[in-house]
Each structure stands twice: as structure tokens, then as C-alpha cells.
Design a protein around this ligand. Structure first.
Ligand code: TYD
Length: 191
């Protein structure tokens, strides 16, 4: 089982994925938590590039898309191995982030054709104003207008791809409860 959390910067993915991991482990599941960009050399290069003031520009997206796809390829091996060991893989972002941030296109789909399709995508949908107040502003993507358009693209994709949309404007505990309910249903667990 491969579950992915998606959402704009500041939507609370990292907090929620930590809570989800703790809860799944408490319920007796073996869990692998992963994140994109990863901590690989490519992932580190990506993080450096994201701090460039031009990272938001169109020109940067081709390079970023290729780097994200390369970073993801290595991660896929870990996910396949974990799944073979019956672990639940929970991921902070997946190739859908590239479809939103680097823009949906056939080319993005092509360079990500080795990326695994998650069994379930949970989209943390949050008011961009609330989200921006939580960002440290280090990355160029953490900019108000960009977050507004990114949030819209996520909702459009959610509709096309059947993501589970969660209202992330609610408090941490309510969001966690909503996630638990959806994941428990998918795994056939009682809560
Ligand atoms: P983020 O989840 O915000 O990492 P962190 O919390 O460690 O800063 O991801 C970093 C940024 O990378 C975020 O702005 C979204 C962007 N991103 C893409 O543009 N394309 C992608 O394919 C992925 C995975 C992330």
C-alpha cells in the first residue's frame, strides 16, 4: 500500500504524515515514511535550486522537472522493496507534485513513467493565506500568488484523479482524525 499526501507549501503535510506514521505503527503496521525531494544528492541539489529567486520562472521548470523525476526514480526502488515486505508506504509528495508545480503536460507524464502510482492520494486543501503564514519564505515557491494558483491546480487535479480532499483549515487534531478515518476505511480497519 502506497499512500501519498499532497498539498501546497504550508498545508501541514509534514505534521500530518508524522501523526499518520505514529498512528499506523500504534495499530501494529510496518511503515516506511518517505518524502520528495529526498535526501539524495539530487534531492539536495533541488533544495538548493528552490532557494534561487528565479526558481518560480518558466525557464527553471524543465530543469526542476528532470531533477525531480531523477530523484524519484531512486525512491521507487525503496517503495517497491517496502511493499514486498508488506509495509505501508506513506509519502510526503509524489509525481503529482510535478504535475502541479512544473505543470501538467505529456512530457511531465513521460519523464515520470517509472514513478509508481499511489494507491491513494490525500490532498490537504488549505486557504493559501493561512498556508503562507506558516512558511519560512526560504523557497521561491513560498509566494502568495504562486500558492493561490497552485492550490487551484491541485483541486482541478484532485477532481480528475479522484484524490481524497481534506479540509486542512481545521485544527491539527481534526485533520488527523479525518485522515485516520479515510486511511482506516482503505485498509479495512476499525477505529
Ligand atoms: P516540500 O514538501 O515543501 O519540502 P519541505 O517541507 O522539506 O520544504 O517540497 C519542497 C518544494 O518542492 C515544494 O515547494 C514543492 C516542490 N516540488 C515541486 O515543485 N515538484 C515536485 O515534483 C516535488 C516533489 C516538489
Amino acid at each position: 500500500m502506497y499512500i501519498c499526501l499532497e498539498g501546497i507549501d504550508g498545508s501541514g503535510k509534514t505534521t500530518q504524515i508524522e501523526l499518520l506514521e505514529m498512528w499506523l505503527k500504534k495499530c501494529g503496521h510496518d511503515v516506511l515514511r518517505v518524502f520528495e525531494p529526498t535526501n539524495s544528492v539530487v534531492g539536495k541539489l533541488i533544495r538548493e535550486m528552490l532557494q534561487n529567486p528565479n526558481a518560480i520562472s518558466e525557464n527553471f521548470q524543465i530543469t526542476l522537472a528532470l531533477l525531480f523525476a531523477a530523484d524519484r526514480t531512486v525512491l521507487m526502488r525503496d517503495i517497491t522493496e517496502a511493499e514486498a515486505e508488506a509495509k505501508i508506504v506513506i509519502s510526503d509528495r509524489c509525481f503529482y507534485s510535478s504535475m502541479v508545480y512544473q505543470n501538467e503536460s505529456e512530457w511531465i507524464a513521460e519523464i515520470n513513467k517509472h514513478a509508481k502510482q499511489p494507491d491513494m492520494v490525500l490532498l490537504l486543501d488549505i486557504d493559501p493565506e493561512t498556508a503562507i503564514s506558516r512558511c519560512d519564505g526560504m523557497d521561491s515557491f513560498e509566494e502568495q500568488n504562486f500558492l493561490v494558483s497552485t492550490a487551484k491546480k491541485y483541486l482541478k487535479l484532485a477532481d480528475q484523479q479522484d484524490f481524497m480532499v481534506i479540509n486542512a483549515n481545521n485544527g491539527v487534531n481534526k485533520v488527523h482524525d479525518d485522515i485516520k478515518r479515510i486511511v482506516a476505511h482503505k485498509l479495512g480497519m476499525c477505529i
